[in-house]
Structures are given as C-alpha cells and as structure tokens.
Ligand binder design. Structure first.
Ligand code: HEC
Length: 202
C-alpha cells in the first residue's frame, strides 16, 4: 500500500476530450448489436418502432428531453429503466434474454449522462455543447459524472482515476481497481493540482 502511494504520489492530469467521450457509434452500438439486434434493427427486426442501427433515426426520434433517451439524464431515461428492471418484468429489456452485465449498463448510463452523443467526431450543433463539456475546456465545463481523469505528478508520471473528494491541500481519487488514494496537492503537477482544487470547490 505504501509502495503504491509512493508510486502514485507523482500524479497529474489531462482533462478528457472528445476522444475519450462515450458516444453511440463507438461505445454503445457494439452492445446493442450483441443484445438487441434481433428485435431492434432494420437488419433483422424492428420491434417497438425502435431501430437501433439507424443512427439518424435514433438521434432524431429516440433522443430528447422527453424521449426514451434523455441527454444528461440517464436516471429518467426509459431506455435505461428497462435494462434495470427485474428480468421477470414485462417491460424488461432485452426481452427473453439475460440482464446486461452491470458494466455495460453503466456505460450506457454514462453515455446518456454525457449527453447521448451519436458520434463525438461528427457532432450536430446540439451535441457539440456536450462534446465541449466533456472536453473540460473551462472551469464551468467539468462533467458532473464520475469520470476517469488523468492525474500527473511532479515527476510527470500519470494515472487515470476518478475524483472522489478534496480538501484545500489534498485530493482523494479512485482508480479503476476500486482503490482510493489521498494525495497531497504538493506532489501533483500544477495542472493536476489546479484540477483538484477546481473539483473540490464544485
Ligand atoms: C426478443 C426481442 C427483443 C429483444 C432482444 C430486445 N427487445 Fe426491446 N422491445 C421488444 C418489443 C417486442 C418491444 C415493444 C413492446 C414494449 O414496448 O415492451 C420492445 C420495446 C423496447 C423499448 C421501448 C420502445 C418505445 O418506444 O417505447 C425499448 C427502450 C427497448 N425495447 C430497448 C431494448 C434494448 C436496449 C434491447 C437490448 C439490450 C432490447 N430492447 C432487446 C423486443 C425486444
């Protein structure tokens, strides 16, 4: 543990950007192909008027403030609610199949919370606002979701971890393996230390 902390005390950050942003085309579509295709694709069958392989249709008809997929609001998106139901529930999806692995449901939730962007590399005007947010371009643009950020230490070593909490002189972050570390801001490079302070104040 001590060793880890030492190795770690050299951390830093690069904010995430459009490349890291979860989008439908690269991250969600493969999950849909695996679990939903036979009932929700023009390729096979379109049940419930939901064709998950028609990206323009998904963007225009299924994504919106009052639609199945509500940008920035996975919590109230029926699309997610159905995945979370008990598999014996009549509204449960995927119908007659097993519940999606938690990791995939989490990814779908995160995608929606990040704005449900179809293609981060070719965003529409509306989507661009979300891509900018994920880009962490300014103080006001930090995403509110737990998100893996890059933290760099004074020595230039970096790791990816989620911001958990902060104090005026330290920051607690959580790595992908679930381990949490409290790091003195003084051991971070200036960019990472500034990020920690900014997140702490939010
Ligand atoms: C075996 C067929 C089948 C599979 C597989 C399936 N669905 Fe469905 N789905 C249906 C049917 C039938 C309906 C329409 C009836 C209903 O709304 O419950 C539906 C409806 C829906 C709706 C509601 C559409 C609306 O406009 O209200 C959503 C959302 C949905 N499915 C998501 C999914 C997702 C996501 C997957 C994959 C994880 C999936 N479904 C897999 C059969 C399926």
């Amino acid at each position: 543990m001590k060793f880890c902390l030492l190795a770690f005390s050299g951390l830093f950050i690069l904010s995430s950007n459009a490349e890291d942003m979860i989008d439908y085309r690269s991250d969600i579509l493969p999950i849909m192909k695996e679990h939903c295709w036979k009932c929700h694709s023009n390729e096979e069958n379109v049940k419930g008027s939901l064709a998950l392989d028609d990206l323009d249709e998904v963007r225009e008809s299924q994504i919106g403030t009052y639609n199945l997929i509500r940008p920035g609001n996975a919590e109230e998106s029926n699309f997610v609610e159905r995945l979370l139901l008990n598999s014996s529930d009549t509204d449960f999806m995927p119908r007659k199949a097993e519940k999606l692995p938690e990791k995939e449901i989490e990814k779908i939730r995160a995608w929606i919370d990040q704005g449900a962007v179809i293609d981060a590399k070719k965003p529409t005007e509306k989507e661009q606002v979300w891509v900018d947010k994920a880009g962490g371009g300014g103080a006001s643009a930090m995403p509110s979701l737990p998100e893996y950020l890059t933290w760099t230490n004074q020595a230039g070593k970096s790791i990816e971890a989620v911001f958990v909490s902060g104090t005026p002189d330290s920051v607690t972050i959580k790595m992908r393996n679930g381990k949490q570390f409290q790091i003195p801001l003084s051991s971070l490079d200036s960019e990472s230390a500034a990020l920690a302070s900014k997140l702490t104040k939010q």
